[in-house]
Design a protein around this ligand. Sequence first.
Ligand SMILES: [Zn+2]
Length: 386
Amino acid sequence: MEFRKLSKLQDVRSTLTKHSSKKYVNDGINEKTDIAIHHSLTKMDLAGSNAEGYARYHVNSLGWPGIGYQFVIERDGTIKWCHDLGIRSYHVGNSNRFAVGICLSGDFRTEEPTDAQKESLRLLVLALRKDLPNYQRTRGHNEFPGYAWKQCPLINYAGIIAAPVQTGATKPAESLPNTYTIQEGDTFWSIANELTGVSVNDLIKANPDVTPTNLQIGQVIKLGDAVKVEKPKPKPTPPKAPTKSIEQLAREVIDGKHGTGDVRRKSLGSQFAAVQARVNQMLANDKPKPATPRKTVAQLAREVLDNKWGNNPQRAQRLQAEGYDANAVQREVNRLAGSSSPKKSVDQLAGEVIRGEWGVNPQRAQRLNAAGYDAAAVQRRVNQLV
Ligand SMILES: [Zn+2]
């Protein structure tokens, strides 16, 4: 079993609170085709926001045979192993039989999983994919039949599983540049002015080989370790030297401007291989796409409504990190979702839902959440009304 090799794994199967007489069925590992991701809905820093606490609650308050999940990933990344994989514990209703449950401690309506949790989730899912002989897919709780209304797990688990967590200085939200590229008009003094926590002396110290009075546009200087707070405000990029892009060169090749064979090789020099590869690609596709198409605000808003960017505040951070204007996207989302300010009450929304104005779940919940409303609260009101 791959998951048993994980360094953060802790076997608590025999120590967690269990019901004195009720027992879960063990269907065996071959039944498990799915992994279900949950959050605990308890704040991470709360006492008892751990496997032991959930086990006590599930047994003593809910009367279940034992804890509902196979695994709990706690704030520090510890993976508590709670049940044999084949156990049919309670976490996704009718899907319990074929789903292994992983719960991350935390209330992700208001907090974010820690880097340690993300990394443990990634490693655990990767291991379980190998360990479950009939593994098919990983889903969030609300992607299981009957749970579209559930605000669980509210994290972009797919993104977390796909990429190792970047820690420390390279974490996007807090990332700081190590270097700065000189732009027109820059001096050490102007740079220090723009960078909170950096002095001219810091820059001189970090760049012993650079003459401050002779900075060249495009020159890269070090910021040293003096930078603690924020990046320089980006200035509009000065026009670059007129070097042609691979894309342009490839088009020229196709237009016959670089000849063939050795003539082409010579004409393109060190760019030859890259350009030729692009030419081959272009000729293979009838309509070559631009390398990195930028999305419009309208496109992004639709993606947000389709839940492709997760929830706020992470959503806004992701959009910004990709260079988009998160506020503009949110305005468009609000417009599309019909929630121009002032905000609607839960009762108003419930009425609109009943009239079919928000569509059906799971898209309905996504739209409501995307528009800044509490879809679960609206759903509860709807259930009272109908
Ligand atoms: Zn859940």
